[in-house]
Write a protein that binds this ligand. Structure first.
Ligand code: SAH
Length: 337
């Protein structure tokens, strides 16, 4: 039974919604529910833990059994269900798994189908500061949500704690979702987190996400490469170590190249000064993109020489990405968002 109400605000809207739901949910779902109901107690007897039963039923309701019943072959459906029940091993349903998933730069529509599917079957989610609340809202509602956002100073300790948390939760048989902003393998420490798992033989999957460079570039109308302006693109971290930036400057200042700087806000003065010192023209175009792909996105275009003053004046907030190179000029004509 599905009920739809608009709380008296718009019965027509409710009717339209009902019509849409009817096309989405075939009437044969009722028969499927009936059959599942008959097996509930048997399954409970065989699989003592709720988490095991949930996993069993999820596979049943997505697989053959459901297909048969929905296409009117209830007998075959029942046989398949019985066969699945006979074949099920408690051990198999007890091993946990970790999903290391890229949540993209903010706009939830930039999630992959795979990310969404795994988000929908997680028992617990560990997320950080960069994961937007719109994306978080798409995680399975019953999943426990744990914020593990890091602050710069106690970075290291925290990271080890997170690695450990993922491990122990998976060892308890849970499906653990590690949701990270952008792509987990780009300045995301995703590699470190799964190394611990690999060492302990915990199964895991990695799902790429739209990294900030792609997301921000697209939504700011700045192609990262362009036949006329740039033949390569380099991603670097602008995070300061003891007030310095340890980058391969001579490689960065090569012509016809786009440089994307992650975590570059605090180090902007050093970045600007070093690039110029190593030969990049002061008037090279540069853009700051704040909270790209979200409704709070802001784009400022300037030159590498003026970046620090611009940031001082406009006070962009994190997360902000820096894009440097001739392609930045295209923002004027290609910006659309
Ligand atoms: N794994 C992430 C990057 C993590 S490092 C990815 O692939 O995108 C964090 C940095 O990413 C921030 O300091 C900022 O420079 C950048 N960033 C992430 N999301 C962003 C966004 N929506 N807008 C602008 N910059 C973003």
């Amino acid at each position: 039974m599905v009920a739809v109400s608009s709380g008296g605000k718009s019965p027509i809207l409710a009717r339209q919604l009902r019509a849409r739901l009817e096309t989405l949910i075939p009437a044969s779902y009722g028969r499927l529910a009936e059959m599942v109901g008959q097996y509930r107690d048997v399954v409970k007897g065989k699989l003592p833990k709720l988490s095991m039963r949930r996993r069993f039923w999820e596979s049943i309701l997505q697989g053959d059994v459901a297909d048969h019943v929905l296409s009117g072959r209830d007998d075959l459906g029942q046989q398949a269900l019985q066969a699945a029940l006979d074949a099920v091993h408690v051990d198999e349903l007890q091993t946990g798994e970790v999903y290391l998933v890229g949540a993209g730069p903010g706009d939830p529509e930039l999630l992959t189908f795979k990310a969404l599917r795994l988000m929908q079957q997680a028992d617990i989610v560990f997320y950080d500061r960069l994961v937007s609340k719109e994306v978080l809202a798409l995680v399975r509602r019953e999943a426990e949500q744990v914020y593990v956002g890091k602050q710069r100073a106690w970075h290291k300790v925290r990271q080890e704690e997170i690695n450990q948390l993922l491990l122990t939760q998976a060892q308890q048989g849970k499906r653990v979702l590690r949701l990270k902003g952008g792509d987990p393998f780009i300045f995301g420490r995703g590699g470190e987190e799964i190394e611990t798992l690999a060492a302990e033989n915990i199964p895991f999957q990695v799902v790429p996400g739209v990294t900030a460079a792609s997301g921000c570039a697209s939504y700011a109308g700045i192609p990262l490469t362009h036949r006329d302006y740039s033949q390569s693109c380099t991603f670097v971290t602008g995070q300061l170590k003891q007030g310095e930036l340890d980058l391969n400057w001579s490689a960065l200042v090569q012509p016809r190249q786009t440089i994307v700087v992650y975590m570059g806000l605090a180090g902007l003065p050093v970045l600007s000064q070093q690039l110029q010192q190593h030969g990049l023209a002061a008037e090279t175009p540069a853009a700051l993109i704040q909270q790209g792909t979200t409704e709070h996105q802001k784009v400022w275009v300037s030159t590498i020489a003026d970046l620090p003053a611009l940031a001082e004046r406009e006070q962009p907030v994190a997360p902000t990405l820096v894009i440097i190179g001739q392609v930045v000029r295209l923002h004027n004509t290609l910006s659309w968002f």
